[in-house]
Ligand binder design. Structure first.
Ligand code: AP5
Length: 222
């Protein structure tokens, strides 16, 4: 089963794909996380991406398609994956279909997390992430069970993203409206698009997603 999460910044793509990864044994592939790792390493990709990410702009299709192609070719993706943050443009969506077709594979379902724009900035500015395992929290809607301690791994260290400043979020939303929202019809016309109400509490969003996915046999080996 290969899944795509689509939705604006802060819609809950990372939160929900991490939950599905655990429950269905699929591999989450977050292009944003991959780029942030490249930036942290100071690699050539990271250097090219950093200023664009800091400005809330998308990185080039050529760079991101090459990066994604390398990732989904790896062994751990062969049982299925969840794409979080890819595709973001029509060119990326078309390239993805082509690269999967060449391997006799396809995207089974596209989950669009529908959230009103006016709550996204608040969600994003309240976001923080465990520095050890990457679990995402929110100051208001989703704090750790014990303040200052990660529910998943117990770490006490948390980070905030450089592009989560309000002015950058405005730019990210503009990029979403201009370049990413127009790919929804691409998936709608092939019957793969399911719209999910992303305004509900996290557990209810997960329940809607599971209903959309139906019964998928749990894959025990990644
Ligand atoms: P990326 O890292 O992909 O960021 P994004 O798409 O902007 O999405 P976010 O990670 O901000 O939000 P999310 O939907 O995952 O929400 P989350 O679950 O964290 O991309 C960053 C940058 O990298 C881009 O700007 C671009 O420069 C570059 N890039 C990446 N991929 C690219 C590509 N394919 N092409 C070109 N450039 C690319 O939730 C947000 C907050 O809300 C959290 O605090 C969470 O706890 C909370 N929350 C979640 N669900 C709920 C709920 N149901 N109710 C209440 N609160 C909730």
């Amino acid at each position: 089963m290969n899944i795509i999460f689509l939705g604006p910044p802060g819609a809950g793509k990372g939160t929900q794909s991490k939950l599905l990864e655990d429950q269905y044994g699929l591999v989450q592939i977050s292009t944003g996380d991959m780029l942030r790792a490249e930036v942290a390493r100071g690699s050539a990709i990271g250097q090219e991406a950093k200023s664009l990410m800091d400005a809330g702009k998308l990185v080039s299709d050529a760079l991101i398609i090459a990066m994604l192609k390398g990732r989904i070719g790896q062994d751990d993706c062969q049982n299925g994956f969840i794409l979080d943050g890819f595709p973001r443009t029509l060119a990326q969506a078309e390239a993805l279909d082509e690269m999967l077709k060449a391997d006799g594979k396809s995207i089974d379902v596209v989950l669009f997390l529908d959230v009103d724009e006016d709550i996204l900035a608040d969600r994003i500015s309240g976001r923080f992430t465990c520095a050890n395992c990457g679990r995402t929290y929110n100051e208001v809607s989703n704090p750790p069970r014990v303040a200052g301690k990660c529910d998943a791994c117990g770490s006490h260290e948390f980070t905030r993203r450089a592009d989560d400043k309000r002015e950058t979020v405005v730019e990210r939303l503009k990029e979403y409206r201009k370049l990413t929202a127009p790919i929804l019809p691409f998936y709608e016309k092939t019957g793969r698009l399911h719209s999910i109400n992303g305004m509900l509490p996290t557990a209810e969003v997960t329940a809607e997603i599971k209903a959309a996915l139906g019964e998928i046999p749990k894959i025990t080996q990644k």
